[in-house]
Design a protein around this ligand. Structure first.
Ligand SMILES: Cc1ncc(COP(=O)(O)O)c(C=O)c1O
Length: 386
């Protein structure tokens, strides 16, 4: 496919849920930063620094625009990844009126473990509620009073979506709560679910949305009074006295510095802007068709046990009598790159569902029709032999 011409014909990459491949224009944008205006943002007045500042600010705006959010209500801070964003917020939020932390059974370890640590640290109740088969949450089955809720918008197991995200956000706010969305999987192929959201924080990993490795948090400004900055250093202050400092975040133009301590990954941020433009310009017809073909093929094979109830670019399954790790190794011999195991969702997959280790395919915009056909051909052979 155009923009992934570097990919060999026999390299079939089905691990986009971990990291998407980077399209050539994104790689070029990163190279441009290093070769044309390599400079620090936020501090530098010479012309390379001005270019960096312009492009970094453009990336912040592009992310808000992608989610149809207004800069009067939200701002963007850059982080390492989704995990870092979730932990950063949870470590700095004041919990005056918070009585409980709530998450769900199908979460990635990233929010799952962070909520355990949060409940241990503050000695408050932690609830793990079940998601429905379609990914939604029964908002009337839980007492949400004074809670911090951390949930994904799209699962990395089977791509199921938090269909009633807007209803959930309203319910939590009505009960004096805070909601943090893990958008790690949503952003590459389902970001529409977050458009015009009123969630308090959206944490994401740019490396899952065709960008170099980077994280971002989209933060609702109304949350700021609840944040006590304790992770602090260069790039965050307007003035420093012997034992006092004045945070730049108080200045509305630099509100994002609240979560950006020290020098940032400027080149990656610049290239993330290019990735957002690229992602917006793609249509997902081929991705949907590829996902559908693989889902149907697997679903109709008697020896295959699907985790997915529905088509998604993220598909998990196991095969009767075949070790998933060995299957992964066999597919790898054919150039087909998939994941095997529990994909950092040990609690749900192992302890709730008691599945054996699984195989996961996660498709991206780089995949070709020939990838799908090769996978089906190779899998048919595997299923015949076993
Ligand atoms: C749903 C979900 N949440 C969180 C994460 C953690 O992302 P990262 O490792 O980039 O922080 C992942 C990674 O696969 C994920 O799929």
């Amino acid at each position: 496919m155009k923009d992934f011409e570097y990919l060999g014909q026999n390299d079939i990459y089905f691990d986009a849920a971990c990291q998407s491949l980077r399209p050539q224009p994104v790689i070029d944008a990163l190279t441009d930063y290093y070769t044309k205006f390599n400079s620090c943002g936020e501090r530098v007045k010479y012309k390379w620094g001005v270019t960096t500042d312009d492009k970094v600010n453009a990336t912040r705006k592009k992310l808000l625009d992608l989610l149809k959010l207004k800069s009067k209500d939200y701002f963007v801070s850059f982080t390492l990844n989704t995990t870092y964003g979730i932990n950063l917020i949870l470590s700095q939020i004041t919990i005056d009126k918070i009585e409980q932390v709530i998450t769900t059974d199908i979460e990635h370890n990233s929010p799952f473990l962070a909520t355990i640590a949060f409940s241990d640290k503050h000695h408050i109740l932690r609830k793990v509620i079940s998601r429905k088969k379609d990914g939604s949450i029964d908002v009337n089955a839980t007492d949400w009073t004074n809670s911090i809720v951390v949930v994904n918008a799209v699962s990395n197991i089977d791509g199921r979506k938090l269909q009633n995200l807007k209803e959930l956000v309203k319910k939590i706010h009505k009960n004096n709560g805070v909601i943090i969305i893990d958008a790690a999987q949503a952003m590459a192929h389902s970001y529409e679910i977050l458009e015009k959201t009123e969630a308090d924080v959206i944490c994401l990993s740019a490396h899952k949305m065709y960008s170099p490795s980077l994280g971002a948090m989209v933060v609702r400004k109304s949350l700021l009074p609840k944040i006590k900055t304790t992770f602090i250093g260069g790039g965050m202050v307007d003035d420093v006295d012997l034992s006092e400092y004045k945070l730049s975040a108080k200045n509305s133009h630099h509100v994002y510095t609240k979560f950006e301590s020290g020098l940032q990954a400027w080149g990656e941020i610049v290239a993330f802007g290019e990735a957002i433009d690229w992602l917006k310009a793609q249509n997902r017809v081929c991705l949907e068709s590829h996902s559908k073909q693989i889902f149907k093929f697997l679903r109709d094979e008697p020896k295959v046990h699907m985790v997915n109830c529905e088509v998604s670019p993220v598909i998990s399954f196991y095969v009767d009598g075949v070790d998933s790790h060995l299957l992964g190794a066999a597919l790898s011999q054919e150039g087909i790159m998939i994941r095997s195991g529990y994909f950092c969702c040990h609690y749900y997959l192992d302890h709730v569902k008691h599945y054996p280790p699984l195989v996961r395919l996660s498709l991206g915009l780089h995949n070709r029709q020939s990838d799908v056909e090769r996978f089906i051909k190779v899998m048919k052979r595997v299923l015949e032999i076993n």
